[in-house]
Design a protein around this ligand. Structure first.
Ligand SMILES: Cc1cc2nc3c(=O)[nH]c(=O)nc-3n(C[C@H](O)[C@H](O)[C@H](O)COP(=O)(O)OP(=O)(O)OC[C@H]3O[C@@H](n4cnc5c(N)ncnc54)[C@H](O)[C@@H]3O)c2cc1C
Length: 571
């Protein structure tokens, strides 16, 4: 909704109209509205001005300005329509033939088309802006996600698969890569990722899906020389054209090392599933427009990617992308919840004043805003490093920081996304709990973020592995200290000292845990502390930049305020 429409609506409502006091029975609460989500986002605009060179910024400004309007108009309407018409499974046709058709709404299909045309995945592979292409792409995803009814999920998995194929693929997988990264909606593919089985999603070592060479499975070998047999317990975006699946080649050793990664194209030229049965669709708390199915693989053809064995390690390139998507989706969801709550606070009156004039309510919203700002800058730090890695411009230190930050940003932003969504719901009072306001969806959809792509505990243990088995800790510490050294403004000296003290305290407590052999039980505390310190440093850098550059002046007060609030919290 544009500012003009929004203001007209406000004028027409409220308790006082045409000079008379309306009786309470004539009162109808004005709904919260959304302005252009690029223009209204001072942090996004400030961040881009900080990180992006002027010619790219000019191009982004016009592209994101246009897209920021779409996400509150046609894309938002499609998201609502997709949410209202969840996918359904049609197992048989009229004549009793098994078809396992997953029927999705027209809106969901249109979101796919828009994603292709807008280049939501393609931008990252066209690399028109070199190492900053990921920043460009993720800025668009950040605008898109909260309006898309989680269409960002098939995009994340398609993008992750593209990166996996870029790193480990060959001639046989080039066609799939091109489909995943095109802007042509008629050729655009998304992907699933099939890891989780009934025995586990965090621990996939007991995976029982078997890959048999085609001949032993009774099929002549060809371009897809394996046939997959097994059951996959969670498969999202099951209407995608392809998936990356984990399976054990017949006779391969037990455990995680014995698993390999396969590219599975789901359907033949007629649209029929190839050796796949859809057992049922999951009945989920949230992400309701997104189909998530249980599958039986009964000879699904697969192409081995990256050679036999060690598949879990090889698909790390996929997870690195999907975890960064998760972090960007988390901050995007937070931003949307806060923007709606802020707008509502200008329209809802209690105890004789709009909520926004109630000091405690305003303070509550300002604290949420600071959480989102810290998480945003943290997430986009990982985005920048991912872009550098993909373009081959990352230093050894950058790679170490990225190794540590990828699980850290995913787990930390996801956890805060749930907290912020919950608090934002409360800011609407009872209306926040009522489905047709659209507000409950914010919380339902946030709750999946800490679960998929690695739970909080599982990723905290991954952070420990990065610290104990690689140089990531040294890289991270050196990097952050160098960046703090560069913050020379007197008004920020206190903040910098505080951040340094927290780094020292973290290093000491890690050593104490190491000495006491309690690193594992402290893994979560360590991961959260790394996230908090990383975000603090980014907030301080941004506060310095916005205070000293005209392009940041519009956000300087908010940047300073959010740094103070952030440092007053400890997690
Ligand atoms: C909506 C939705 C969509 C999904 N889509 C997909 C998909 O497309 N493809 C796919 O492969 N999977 C998908 N998943 C599955 C998801 O990735 C898994 O649910 C997740 O990885 C957790 O695995 P699990 O369910 O087996 O839980 P478990 O592994 O059983 O974990 C249960 C709890 O134990 C904790 N835990 C586990 N191990 C440890 C440990 N060593 N130390 C401490 N704590 C531990 C976890 O943190 C968690 O809190 C989806 C899940 C959801 C909810």
């Amino acid at each position: 909704m544009t500012r003009k429409r929004h203001e007209r609506e406000e004028e027409g409502n409220g308790l006082r109209e045409l000079g008379r006091v309306m009786p309470p029975s004539e009162f109808y609460q004005p709904a919260p509205c959304l302005d252009n989500q690029y223009e209204a986002d001072s942090l996004l605009r400030g961040y881009l001005a900080w990180r992006v060179p002027a010619p790219m910024l000019r191009a982004l400004h016009s592209e994101l300005g246009r897209f920021g309007e779409r996400v509150v108009t046609d894309i938002a309407a499609l998201g609502r329509a997709a949410e209202a018409q969840p996918p359904r499974l049609v197992p048989y046709d009229a004549w009793g033939r098994r078809i396992d058709d997953i029927v999705v709404s027209d809106a969901w299909r249109e979101l796919d088309r828009i994603s292709a045309v807008e280049g939501l995945v393609a931008i990252a592979y066209e690399r028109a802006n070199g190492e900053l292409s990921r920043v460009h792409q993720m800025a668009k995803l950040y605008l898109f996600h909260p309006s898309s009814s989680t269409y960002s999920c098939p995009l994340a998995m398609g993008d992750g698969a593209a990166r996996f194929l870029e790193v480990h693929g060959d001639e046989r997988t080039r066609n799939a890569f091109e489909h995943l990264t095109t802007r042509d909606p008629a050729r655009f593919w998304t992907s699933g990722q099939w890891m989780t089985e009934r025995t586990g999603g965090s621990d996939v070592s007991a995976t029982s899906t078997i890959a048999r060479p085609g001949e032993s499975a009774g099929v002549a070998s060809g371009a897809e020389p394996y046939r997959l047999f097994g059951t996959k317990w969670f498969t999202s975006a099951t209407t995608s054209q392809m998936a990356i699946a984990l399976a054990r080649i017949d006779g391969a050793p037990a455990g995680g090392r014995g698993l390999s990664a396969f590219l599975v194209e789901l359907r033949d030229a007629t649209g029929a599933l190839r050796g796949i049965r859809v057992n049922r669709l999951k009945d989920k708390l949230g992400t309701r427009a997104l189909p998530t199915a249980e599958l039986t693989l009964d000879g699904a053809p697969g192409t081995l990617v990256g050679g036999a064995g060690d598949g879990v390690r090889k698909i790390a390139s996929m997870f690195n992308v999907t975890r960064v998507y998760n972090a960007v989706a988390a901050v995007a969801g937070m931003r949307r919840a806060i923007v709606l709550a802020q707008d509502y606070a200008t329209k809802r009156t209690a105890f004789g004043k709009p909520l926004i004039e109630q000091p405690l309510h305003r303070e509550t919203l300002a604290d949420l805003d600071a959480v989102e700002r810290g998480c945003f800058l943290l997430a986009f730090h990982a985005v920048e490093l991912l872009g550098k890695e993909e373009c081959g411009t990352a230093t050894e230190r950058d790679l170490g920081v990225l190794r540590l930050l990828t699980p850290v940003v995913k787990l930390y932003t996801a956890k805060h996304a749930v907290g912020v969504a919950s608090e934002a719901l409360e800011a609407f009072g009872g209306a926040g709990y009522i489905e047709d306001t659209g507000i409950p969806q914010l919380l339902r959809d946030a709750q999946v973020l800490p679960i998929w792509e690695g739970t909080t505990n599982v990723l905290s243990l991954d952070v420990l592995r990065a610290i104990e088995r690689t140089d990531a800790w040294t890289a991270w510490r050196t990097d952050i200290e160098l960046r703090l050294d560069a913050i020379d403004q007197p008004s920020l000296v206190g903040a910098v000292e505080q951040i340094r003290a927290r780094i020292e305290a973290l290093a000491r407590s890690m050593q104490a845990a190491r000495d006491a052999s309690t690193l594992e039980t402290n893994a979560r505390r360590i991961a959260f502390a790394i996230a908090h310190v990383s975000a603090s440093a980014r907030l301080a850098e941004y506060a310095l930049w916005s205070a000293t550059h005209p392009a940041g002046a519009h956000d300087a007060a908010a940047a300073a305020d959010s740094l103070t609030r952030w440092l007053a919290s400890s997690s």
